[in-house]
Design a binder for this molecule. Structure first.
Ligand code: NDP
Length: 324
């Protein structure tokens, strides 16, 4: 038996219940992993609420790192004792979980389980946003909302490595400090300042080629106003709620703008793409060029509090559940 967090009805954080369930046997192509750390991500809250559909009951969480315990049939390349991490298969808020071998990555020497679990989903996301959704070039000025968040801190560092001038938004002075430490050139407190005005002041009136917006409902309209003609809004999240329906003619009126709603799975479409991106991210972490800030560690049984804090804007950097 193992301890796990289970959701048997959708709702607020209180529906996250700690239960005892059997350790799942690995099926064909699967690997059973003893979990050391599991990432807590915003998508877990969308599933918990029922905003994204899932069959009930289910064990939430889709990102973890740990040690291979047992392998199922037809698994090549992994053995008991291997250090591994993965993203994309649900069930990681638990002491053990089965993951498909096709999604599993070896965790390189020099990277801890905590860093691996912390950097996989958010690090791969920051990587594809900075390198592919909009390929940042030296001299670009970019705006990143929620600059002290999990993705925000990583994306800021990657944008700086690519030679950008980085503007960020945050809601508190403590978060502003963290964002600056990650390399932001100019930090705007959007809780008290109009960020469109602050952006144009910071750029001497110039508008931007790209805005990375994970906040959604409360920032979307003003994010569009920060863009120069043919600029791109990369709307990659909805932390403040979903953006309401939008009349596309307005993109023309505002300067032939582009809006994309990217998601990680479309940027790791093949095993080769997953490995290439993960290798680059792990190498940045191992060499100390990318700082993974784990802001909060909770025990598995405290998953409810982890969700309350993430949704309540009380977290910075990565949020992890630690097993054992
Ligand atoms: P964060 O650590 O960024 O936490 C969310 C932050 O959003 C808060 O800390 C807060 O920062 C800001 N925020 C602004 N308004 C609100 C609000 N009303 N309620 C809650 N938070 C608010 O989370 P993650 O880094 O884990 O994820 C960021 C976003 O990116 C999420 O929306 C997530 O779904 C999305 N995402 C998308 C992916 C993709 O591929 N499309 C992959 C990974 C994440 P502040 O207080 O400074 O405003």
């Amino acid at each position: 038996m193992m301890r796990a967090i289970q959701i048997s009805k959708t709702g607020g954080p209180e529906v996250l219940k700690c239960v005892e369930v059997p350790v799942p046997p690995p099926g064909s192509g699967q690997v059973l992993v003893k979990i050391a750390a599991s990432g807590v991500n915003f998508i877990d809250t969308y599933l918990r609420e029922g905003r994204y559909a899932a069959d009930l009951p289910f064990i939430p969480g889709q990102e973890a790192a740990g040690i291979v315990q047992e392998i199922g049939e037809d698994v090549i390349g992994f053995n008991p004792g291997d250090r591994v991490a993965w993203n994309g298969t649900r069930g990681t808020y638990a002491e053990f979980a089965c993951a498909p071998a096709r999604d599993l990555l070896h965790v390189p020497e020099g990277i801890s389980f905590e860093d691996a679990a912390a950097v996989l989903l958010q690090g791969l996301t920051a990587h594809y946003l900075a390198c592919d959704t909009f390929a940042i070039r030296p001299g670009d000025t970019v705006l990143i909302h929620a600059g002290a968040g999990g993705v925000g801190l990583l994306l800021t560092q990657m944008a700086k490595m690519l030679g950008a001038r980085v503007l960020t938004t945050v809601s508190t002075e403590a978060k502003a400090k963290l964002s600056r430490a990650a390399g932001a050139d100019h930090v705007i407190n959007y809780a008290v300042q109009n960020f469109v005005e602050r952006v144009t002041t910071a750029t001497g009136g110039a508008l931007l080629p790209v805005v990375y917006d994970s906040v959604g409902k409360s920032t979307f309209e003003d994010s569009l106003r920060c863009l120069r003609p043919r600029g791109l809004l990369a709307l990659y999240g909805a932390s403040s709620g979903a953006v309401p329906p939008f009349d596309l003619i307005r993109l023309s009126q505002m300067g032939s703008l582009y809006v994309t709603r990217p998601t990680l799975k479309d940027y790791v479409t093949t095993r080769a793409e997953l490995e290439r991106r993960a290798e680059e991210v792990f190498a940045l972490v191992a060499t100390g060029r990318l700082n993974v800030r784990i802001g909060h560690r909770y025990k598995l049984v405290d998953a409810e509090q982890a969700h309350r804090d993430l949704e309540g804007r009380r977290t910075t950097g990565k949020v992890l559940l630690i097993s054992g």
